[in-house]
Design a protein around this ligand. Structure first.
Ligand code: ADP
Length: 466
């Protein structure tokens, strides 16, 4: 019942309260009857008074049982409607019982007639404004009927000896004034109480709405917070990795420089050390460039960059041209197979060049002389698919999930080529995913690797491929 308005949920509780209150009324009525019998024996008809009080006690015990079933029933609106009907029946029965009790205990003479007001108030608090007016009118009608029937002699009038003269019950002017005042009081009570109740309910509703709105907001904030936490954790991890990766070459450079500057190094070895120094500096420079590219790829992921329609075949051809010399120098056969009339892809031209360069230079780097590197491009209804295959050292199964992580290098790659930052594939993956594409790897250690890149075509929508 999360969305139930508080006063509706309260109704069911309040009915229990009404039932408990009625036990008090039974007790009070019983005591009043006993007292009147002690003080003025024979003045009031005991039997009907006791009978009505017993009837109230009887129906109240039935209500108690029914109310328990209502509380245990399934949650939701039907139970609420049942509860409203249940409250109406109780109030009506109480009004009738009160009218009968009044009739046998002095009628219009009995000041307890004001008790009719209580039920009108209860109806205004628990039920709708219309129902509270109906209840007020029923109470006024019962009162008028009782006084009218007694005045006309249809019903016997029982005089209350302790409260003075018996005559006013027959005085038309007095009776009209009393019943008129009673009716007016009941309607006014119904009006005033229900006005306050309506406003309170409105406020309840508004409070509930704003509570729900703030709950939704705080859920949104939680999600955002979680995202920020993850980004922050990833950034910290990245910073730690970067610092770690930068430290090694810087340390080597520092030690080499110290060695040269110390003057203890034989002159014939100085050149060798300086050469190592140079290589380390180049490595460091490569690493810094890779890091810059990675940072840019990460940043691109966070903003919605406008992508262009790029001819991936043209970009690939330009990269192959640049790589040819390296392939020849390593005696690697480089084959290119591009399907005709390829659709453009959604990407960034410079970065797409970086993707092919990384994949091709890895293939050349990790392939032994005499091996083969084959590149192909074809298209499917939604994507352009590029495949870079080599007959190189391959990637062991335990490393395959990790090679797209920043700075991760497989052990066999470290042995085959000490030079490498382990950042290239992380950049490639990020870029491709930024463009809505994906990269997949198939490899067997010792036999070679195959990288499959799927890029969304720029000439079709972004719907999923069957
Ligand atoms: P780097 O080549 O500088 O080490 P990359 O991020 O480009 O960094 O590649 C990460 C790792 O993935 C490499 O160190 C290597 O272990 C593995 N790898 C990538 N391409 C290949 C390939 N064609 N053949 C074998 N291993 C590869």
């Amino acid at each position: 019942m999360e969305n139930q308005i508080p006063h509706e949920a309260e109704l069911i509780e309040r009915i229990g309260w009404l039932i408990r209150l009625r036990w008090l009324a039974v007790l009070g009525t019983g005591s009043a009857i006993a007292l009147s019998w002690l003080l003025f024996p024979g003045a009031l008809p005991l039997l009907p008074l006791i009978a009505v009080t017993a009837a109230i006690a009887l129906y109240n015990s039935q209500f108690r049982l029914y109310n328990r079933n209502l509380m245990l029933g399934p949650a939701g609106m039907p139970r609420l409607r049942q509860a409203q009907r249940f409250a109406c029946i109780q109030i009506l029965l109480d009004l009738v019982a009160l009218a009968i009790l009044l009739h046998f205990s002095g009628g219009v003479e009995n000041p307890m007639a004001v008790f009719f007001v209580f039920h009108t108030i209860i109806a205004s608090i628990l039920l709708s404004r219309t129902i509270s007016f109906v209840m007020g009118t029923v109470a006024a009608a019962l009162f008028a009927a009782m006084t009218g029937l007694e005045a006309t002699g249809v019903l016997q009038h029982y005089h209350l000896p302790m409260l003075g003269d018996a005559e006013p019950y027959r005085m038309t002017g007095y009776l009209l004034a009393v019943t008129g005042t009673m009716a007016l009081t009941l309607w006014l009570v119904a009006y005033m109480t229900s006005s306050i109740t309506v406003r309170l309910r409105q406020r309840d509703r508004e409070l509930l709405q704003s509570h729900q709105a703030s709950l939704a907001k705080s859920r949104q904030l939680e999600v955002l917070n979680e995202r920020l936490r993850r980004i922050d954790a990833e950034r910290t991890r990245f910073l730690t990795l970067v610092t770690h990766e930068l430290r090694a070459p810087i340390n080597t450079i520092h030690t080499s420089m110290e060695l040269v500057l110390s003057g203890y190094l034989p002159p014939e070895k100085v050149r060798g050390v300086l050469k190592r120094l140079m290589e380390r500096t180049e490595e460091l420079s490569d690493l810094v460039s890779d890091l810059l590219r990675l940072a840019r790829a990460r940043e691109e992921a966070s903003r919605d960059e406008q992508l262009a329609a790029v001819q991936s075949a043209d970009v690939l051809q330009s990269v192959v041209e640049l790589m040819k010399a390296e392939a020849d120098s390593k005696d690697i056969f480089l084959s290119v197979d591009v399907a005709p009339d390829l659709a453009p892809v959604q990407a960034h031209p410079d970065r797409l060049k970086l993707v092919w360069t990384n994949l091709l230079s890895n293939a050349l780097k990790y392939t032994e002389p005499g091996g083969i590197v084959a590149v192909s491009l074809k298209q499917t209804p939604q994507h352009v698919v590029g495949i870079v295959r080599d007959t190189g050292i391959g990637i062991p199964p335990e490393d395959q999930d990790r090679i797209f992580e920043e700075f991760y290098r497989a052990e066999n790659a470290r042995t085959a080529s000490p030079v490498g930052t382990g950042v290239g594939l992380a950049i490639v993956k990020r870029l491709i995913e930024n463009w809505g594409g994906e990269i997949r790897l198939e490899s067997e250690a010792g036999l070679g690797s195959k990288f499959v890149v799927r890029l969304p075509r720029a000439d079709v929508g972004t719907t999923e491929e069957a």
